[in-house]
Design a protein around this ligand. Structure first.
Ligand SMILES: Nc1nc2c(ncn2[C@@H]2O[C@H](COP(=O)(O)OP(=O)(O)OP(=O)(O)O)[C@@H](O)[C@H]2O)c(=O)[nH]1
Ligand SMILES: Nc1nc2c(ncn2[C@@H]2O[C@H](COP(=O)(O)OP(=O)(O)OP(=O)(O)O)[C@@H](O)[C@H]2O)c(=O)[nH]1
Ligand SMILES: [Mg+2]
Ligand SMILES: [Mg+2]
Lengths: 301, 283
């Protein structure tokens, strides 16, 4: 853990009397190492270290009784604050339907999350609908339909022969939701690379059509779905998705693994967007609200 | 980045450290490489940054080449057909798509391939592989959803023997290496394969997602404990992530990278080339 490593640093410095700035700088190297090992992106680590440096070489640490505890507290507090301080929920529409758009890289867990969100809303007594906007991946539509059967939520699909584009499917789905009385519409989209111009434009068009052709408040949420094991690349794609779409939230998936999850800090730091949920299993009940303090201690190891 | 002949100074080493870290090369591997470079600059009295770059690329290539010749990356063919490939890895990394690409590659070479729908758990996993098997033109052995994956692989090998097929490629469900019961399931699939084939699978490939950070080391270690991995298939290299963690994996675990995935279509699979890969780190 970080405190163990810091103890190690201060142990070899002990016996020289008071703690100096140089000693703390040495200890901060361990913090930098811990963050990089936890997959926090390099430029986020640099900014973070610059932020905590002044506090760390302040009199509280240098003249305090326990520099290790002081430094760990400074690091932890800064991490928690950066991660968003406290849990932030989903924006729900004043009048239905609420429209939630899921996006992210290939394999990040969007379709599974769609099912989990549907189950979550159904449990709250709402009437959600899932929309199969991934027309590319083999059996993506079928995958969502199977989940729909599992969580007992309707899935809007258009036949492949109709050759309708994903933005069109989204529009027609919402019309159907209104007619059908569904108060939450969750749009599952195909995984895509942030550098794929055409597919990023498709998402931009989906958002534009929803807000311009249906309602300026649509979509109420645009959630970036991020795999907890992502490394340095997090800053790249998070920034691209955010610049293109204006994200409203992030969901970290596969948090039930042993990845340290530093990508969460990278995504939050570079977009300023709150992390709203965590995926913690493959099952439809594997969804938990996001707690910054828990992730902070996980990142620090 | 560093092109042409520049000075060798601290700024050069900082720039190199940045590039290596941002490619997801482990910080300790990076530290070791920079140390080697600093010593080389002294010992060999280097005067230009181009010499440092050349040396760094050589070090990285050596680690990835693992002292093997080009055929170290070629996929093994069984001494007796069918040649069997087992594809494993955590959730969403690209196993099923990699199998489709492999199958396409082999059918292009006029090989008779049978696919085993060994993911009997995830929603529409069998459907997904079935669509690919139609597109590529291979046979598919599948059971009902929820059935025992080991029995699917067993049936596929049996069918391959009966039909004199050249290859069996078995898909498995994504599983986190932290799920001990799922790793036990994988061991069972491996045991059944070995027993029916009379030897271990000719390739047991771990698929890693190039966007994965340090956790890939943990994945490789744990999967290695469960099954005799023979190599890595690094997918999604068509994105901006470079999957540099494979350098640490090659260095510490001696696991060769055999394949790379560069897209979502059946043709998007390449044999791993260390020289080209190392070049791409500095582009
Ligand atoms: N353990 C675990 N597995 C998850 C979690 N979320 C998703 N998965 C698994 O990750 C894999 C990929 O999930 P999908 O929902 O298909 O991912 P996707 O983003 O829709 O993929 P594409 O549509 O191809 O981009 C599946 O095997 C899921 O079961 C999670 O929170 N924990
Ligand atoms: N861009 C890109 N996408 C890829 C590549 N390989 C796979 N994918 C995509 O990644 C997503 C997941 O691929 P799958 O083959 O379903 O992954 P998997 O490991 O079988 O997933 P699970 O069975 O759910 O664990 C799909 O959207 C694929 O199209 C690749 O090399 N490049
Ligand atoms: Mg999907
Ligand atoms: Mg699969």
């Amino acid at each position: 853990s970080l405190s163990d490593r810091l103890q190690g640093v201060f142990k070899k410095l002990r016996g020289k009397g008071r703690v100096t700035e140089a000693d703390v700088t040495e200890a901060l190297r361990e913090v930098r190492l811990a963050l990089l090992e936890a997959d926090v992106s390099l430029k986020v680590v640099k900014d973070f270290m610059a932020k905590i440096k002044d506090k760390a070489i302040g009199t509280d640490v240098l003249e305090g009784l326990s520099p290790v505890q002081q430094i760990v507290k400074i690091v932890n507090d800064e991490l928690v604050e950066l991660l968003g301080g406290e849990n932030v929920g989903l924006n729900l529409a004043a009048s239905p339907p609420t429209v939630i758009m899921l996006c992210g890289l290939q394999g990040s867990g969007k379709t599974t999350l769609c099912g989990k969100l549907a189950a979550y809303f159904k449990k709250q007594g709402r009437n959600p609908m899932m929309v199969a906007c991934d027309i590319y991946r083999p059996a993506a539509v079928k995958q969502l339909q199977v989940l729909g059967t599992q969580v007992k939520v309707p899935v809007f699909t258009l036949p492949a022969e109709s050759e309708k584009s994903p933005p069109t499917i989204a529009l027609e789905a919402i019309q159907a939701a209104k007619a059908n009385g569904n108060d939450i519409v969750i749009l599952d989209t195909a995984g895509r690379l942030a550098i794929d111009e055409e597919l990023m434009d498709e998402l931009g068009q989906m958002k534009a059509w929803l807000s311009r052709r249906l309602d300026p408040s649509f979509p109420h949420e645009i959630l970036l779905v991020v795999d907890a094991m992502v490394g340095q690349d997090a800053v790249n794609f998070a920034e691209q998705f955010n610049n293109r779409l204006g994200l409203t939230g992030v969901v970290m998936t596969k948090m039930d693994g042993d990845s340290r999850g530093g990508a969460a800090l990278s995504v939050r730091a570079v977009t300023g967007v709150p992390i709203k949920f965590m995926g913690v299993s493959e099952k439809m009940d594997g969804l938990e609200p996001f707690y910054p303090d828990r992730l902070a201690s996980r990142i620090l190891g | 980045l560093v092109t042409g002949r520049g000075r060798i100074d601290e700024a050069l080493f900082e720039e190199l450290e940045e590039t290596l870290i941002q490619s997801d090369i482990n910080i300790h591997t990076t530290g070791r490489l920079l140390k080697v470079l600093r010593e080389a600059v002294q010992d060999e009295r280097m005067i230009g940054s181009d010499q440092v770059m050349a040396r760094l690329k050589a070090e990285l290539t050596d680690i990835l080449a693992m002292g093997g010749s080009a055929d170290r990356y070629a996929l093994k063919v069984g001494e007796k057909s069918p040649t069997v490939y087992l594809i494993v890895g955590v959730n969403g990394v690209g196993k099923t798509t990699t199998i489709a690409k492999l199958a396409y590659n082999l059918t292009q070479q006029k090989k008779h391939v049978i696919l085993a729908a060994g993911d009997t758990f995830r929603a529409a996993a069998i459907d997904q592989l079935e669509i690919w098997s139609h597109r590529v033109g291979t046979e598919l052995i599948k059971h009902k959803e929820g059935s025992d994956p080991a029995s699917v692989v067993y049936d596929a090998i049996k069918a391959a023997k009966a039909r004199h097929a050249d290859y069996v490629i078995a898909d498995t469900a994504g599983r986190l290496h932290t799920r001990l019961n799922l790793m036990e399931e994988l061991k069972k699939i491996n045991r059944i394969t070995e027993r029916e084939l009379g030897r271990p699978a000719d390739e047991t490939l771990l698929v890693l997602d190039a966007t994965t950070g340090q956790n890939a080391i943990s994945q490789a270690k744990e999967f290695m404990k469960a099954v005799p991995l023979t190599g890595i298939s690094l997918s999604k290299l068509d994105g901006t992530a470079r999957g540099g963690i494979v350098i640490t994996i090659a260095d510490e675990l001696k696991l060769p990278i055999k394949l790379i995935g560069v897209g979502e279509k059946q043709g998007d699979l390449l044999l791993f080339d260390p020289v080209r890969y190392v070049e791409s780190l500095f582009e």
